[in-house]
Design a protein around this ligand. Sequence first.
Ligand code: GDG
Length: 742
Amino acid sequence: MRLSLRFVLPLMLALAGIAYAVAPLVDRLTLTWFVHDLDARSLLVTNAIQEPLQEQLAAGKKAKILEFFNRITRDERLFAIGYCVSPTAKALATRSLPAEIHCAELDRWVEPRNHLLPSDKGPLHVTVQPMASEAAPEARLVLVQDMSFVTRRSEETKRYLFYLFMGLAAVVSLITVIVAQLSWRGWIAGMRALLRGEGLLRQPGSAPPSLPGFKPIARDLQRLIRDLESDVHARDESQITWSPESLRGILRGELRGEDVLVVSNREPYIHQRRGDRIEVQRPASGVVTALEPIMRACSGTWIAHGSGSADRDVVDKHDRVAVPPEKPAYRIRRVWLTPEEEAGYYYGFANEGLWPLCHIAHVRPTFRSGDWSHYVAVNRKFAKAVADEAKTKDPIVLVQDYHFALLPSMIREELPEATVITFWHIPWPNPESFAICPWRDEVLAGMLGSSILGFHTQSHCNNFVDTVDRFIEARVDRAAFTVSFGGRLTAVRRYPISIAWPPAAEMLEKPVADCRSNLRQLNDLPPEHKLGIGVDRLDYTKGIVERFRAIERLLELNPQWVGRFTFVQIAAPTRTGIEEYQHHEAQVRAMATRINGRFARRGPPPIVLKVEHHEPREVYEYFRAADLCFVSSLHDGMNLVAKEFIAARDDDRGVLILSQFTGAARELPEALIVNPYDAEQCAAALHLALTMSADEQRDRMRLMRGLVAEYNVFRWAGRMLLDAAAMRRRSRLEKKTGRAET
Ligand code: GDG
């Protein structure tokens, strides 16, 4: 007991000393955290008041603005607020705005380390946020927040630390005394054993006592921490409701201030000349919907082929244009291609070579060395554009699709520290099929410049990894799904793409009953006529011929549907310069005419073929008016039409017939899954859809709507960004500790 007291008292004194020594450190750390928090809060406040403030400013009501500021500063932490229209103007501000803050000298508060302003009431936190508008391009908002709460919290922390260390001292001394007692007994027992001649021989099977044994433990611990990290990550992710806001949250939190670039062939805004007017077109594309919130949130740059007839008229001298036109938030950098480059890179290698190569649709790929040269040159052109546009040496670059297989490694030559995320929107074939490509090794090496390589389904990931394993000198780790090539690691991951959820309100504006009656009227169909819908680019991979064959078979097997069922096929013209597409269009048209000729004598025609582009609103109206939607792709990376049909049906009605060869079929088992090559089976599915009870339609549709809502396009983009953020954190840590994973 005496021994314990002699030990415990000095220990307690020592720990109390440590508590006081540690307190200032904790103070400094918490101050940094609070400053970070207040930075984020300032941004939030600015975003929240931007719109009402701009409205008041536009109305020019100064008294109202001051009243608005005073109302906001009633918040106990928001100390003062001011608005400077220009550096020469006087600030429009609450009275509490400290005298040291003038419009002319706002730059001194911009640096994060200068955000603190001492005052006799305690420190103040000052931030300056741009609030540009057309009328006032230099306008800025000053927010001053009260930080006196930091001093109060510091006192509490010190008290808490003192009690904590005291408690700790008591527990440590207790454990020490117990261990000392036990060791003493153990030592005695050991001595006795030695005297008995048992010696210090190791028991068979017991662990060797040498130090190197700790190394595996350290490694295991590292692994455990990593697993825990990814566990927390996965848990957090499942808590997220994915929306443009959550994407913005990731960019502000996980990827604070990172430089983000997107590269795609198609641009998100196209300027077209119509007479002497310039019209802005937005391509109806899921990819644009997903990537726009990222671009808007981080004011990034989107690099794309400038394909519009007025594209050159609106760019600045660096070929850049700010978009969206009504409220610029990010910029497009346009890359110009000659007609020869477009023919070789886009129509040739990408669409006559890689497209049929990656889709099992029994169309032979055509590879020409001239096309390949253009493909290489255009990829190089885009890599230079990426290097020009990068603001840092390690930007995040999101590369889209098979037009840019070589771009990842070319970007890496220009910017070795960039994080390149490549997403391949079409399937990846098995190694035997891919081997057809005469430049297969170059294509694979190009793609392996990516840090993350994404596909829609696990089987596309498997095919890619198998192809790499078969053809190039790379190390494949099938447990981690990574490929190590040329000293670099590429993670191959599944990111199933989807659509925006909820869909834009204007798409669902017209009631389903009105859509039904309107479209039946428009197509000369009786009010209760059954309607099917198909919406596709007029592409041979979409199985439109097989779809028509199935409709013909339905009418042969179930003649009661003749004159009572019509299938409307919207077929948007695509890649019309390619011969295969011209043949395909002729075949589809001829088939519709033949089938209609066979059955049209008994009422309305079974097939209405509309070979033209439709506005998204019209497409949604058809989705809402239809009794069934038929997606019969022969091979499809995902297929967004299936998901759009589901999104359109907020009445929980309608049946989806879906080809088993789409990525979407893996996610939507409640659809009627069919083999498009099996006309009998498809005809049976059509009959089942036409006779399905309302209850069954509702049960299936609800399940599918739940899934599409949860696994929406914001999750697709967000998960890639989260993985990129984790990868960047890990590589920064490895650089710091001087260790890299091999
Ligand atoms: C590739 C992959 C993957 C069609 N016609 C019109 C029109 N569309 C819209 C649809 C839908 C989009 O085009 C087509 O998307 P899909 O996913 O069906 O197919 P692809 O164009 O082949 O896209 C595919 C996709 O990339 C995304 O990763 O799912 O597997 O092949 O949004 O609604 N839109 C309008 N008028 C039309 O006439 N407005």
